[in-house]
Design a binder for this molecule. Structure first.
Ligand SMILES: Cc1ncc(COP(=O)(O)O)c(C=O)c1O
Length: 358
């Protein structure tokens, strides 16, 4: 096993002559092994680890200058939206939030200041699918960088670099860690110059993970494939159960053949995963709250991608930082319920939902 190098500094041979490591904000052996492993599973050349997914996002936006513009999906993790609007707009970076399901929409927002296209696919929490290859082809005409937040799919299901994306981001807190016991983020890329710029930001801004956290993610990814297989199997069963239930109005899951992004999902993903959202027919607040607070195996909590199933209310939890009008405009209602289907016995999970839905 890779040891946990609980080390902040490293003995050097002579002034200016180190043995590969100087100071742990810049390099740590446990982190290095993880960075290499993450690059390998994302089919990339370089990995960089951060203290959280948000810290990794922060590093990517710090590649930009005041006056630069970013085109971002309008359905994304609330914390990313908060970082963009509440922190980076203040520093003169302009963000356009658009529906990317039709990639032709993007061209309308491109101008000479556009430097980055930011997308999640599947999106959080509406499970829309964005065509990575199509976005990259539009972006490359104007030398615009594309960063894909691949947290929902995980590298087991989708490798955005293979479709031409320049940077892949993960909240490793989720599927990569897999056990709800670590906060961690990472970036993976192929371009050496880009890696140098991001490494400079990693060590200069200092949002690095500790070695114990790197160890936990290293251990997590050893079982990623097995966990993901079960997440996908369970996801398929739970999504079908919900869709056929008389109390459910709509299920958002990209594995349904009539999902608008199904054919793109088939092209760029190996399976459809265990994330889904749904709407009850009865959308009254009391009923939505009752469902959210009554399940036994699905725990009410933020986050996703752990072995245990979670139930979440995006409007008041993960996406509360997006203003209500903005949320509603983009289809994220007050009554939407999100599930992160874990790897428990699928029949037990269905029984849990059956009891609550009636
Ligand atoms: C899709 C997505 N990206 C990024 C993040 C941020 O990651 P972290 O919580 O590790 O900072 C999250 C967290 O929920 C997420 O769901």
């Amino acid at each position: 096993m890779t040891p946990i190098y609980q080390t902040s500094t490293y003995v050097q041979s002579a002034p200016g002559q180190n043995k590969g490591y100087e100071y742990a904000r810049s390099q740590n052996p446990t982190r290095k092994v993880l960075e290499e492993a993450l690059a390998a599973i994302e089919n990339g050349k370089y990995g960089l680890c951060f203290s959280s997914g948000v810290a990794a996002t922060d590093a990517v936006i710090k590649l930009l200058q005041p006056g630069d513009e970013v085109i971002a999906g309008n359905d994304m993790y609330g914390g990313t939206y908060r970082l963009f609007t509440k922190v980076f707009e203040k520093f003169g970076i302009k963000f356009h939030y658009i529906n990317m399901q039709d990639s032709n929409n993007i061209s309308k927002y491109i101008n000479q200041n556009t430097k980055l296209i930011w997308l999640e696919t599947p999106t959080n929490p509406l499970m829309s699918i964005i065509d990575i290859e199509a976005v990259v082809s539009i972006a490359s005409k104007d030398h615009i960088m594309v960063c894909v937040d691949n947290t929902f799919a995980s590298p087991y299901l989708q490798n955005p670099l293979d479709f031409g994306a320049h940077i892949v981001l993960h909240s490793a807190t989720k599927y990569l860690g897999g056990h709800s016991d670590v906060i961690h983020g990472c970036l993976v890329m192929n371009d050496a110059t880009l890696r140098e710029k991001l490494y400079f930001l990693q060590k200069s801004c200092g949002a690095v993970p500790g070695p114990q956290d790197c160890f936990l993610v290293l251990r997590g990814i050893k079982t990623l494939h097995v966990r993901m297989q079960r997440h996908c199997e369970n996801g398929r069963k739970i999504a079908s159960f919900l869709r056929n239930h008389s109390k459910i109005e709509k299920v958002y899951w990209c594995g349904f053949e009539d999902h608008p992004g199904y054919s793109i999902a088939k092209k760029q993903m190996r399976d459809f995963g265990g994330m889904m959202s749904f709407e009850l027919k009865n959308k009254k607040d009391e009923e939505v709250k009752r469902v959210l607070s009554s399940t036994k195996l699905f725990s009410l909590a933020e986050s996703l991608g752990g072995v245990e199933s979670l139930i979440n209310h995006p409007a008041s939890m993960t996406h509360a930082s997006i203003p209500r009008e903005e949320r509603i405009k983009n289809g994220l209602s007050d009554s939407l319920i999100r599930l992160s289907v874990g790897i428990e016995d699928a029949d037990d999970l269905i029984e849990d939902l059956k009891k609550v839905l009636g």
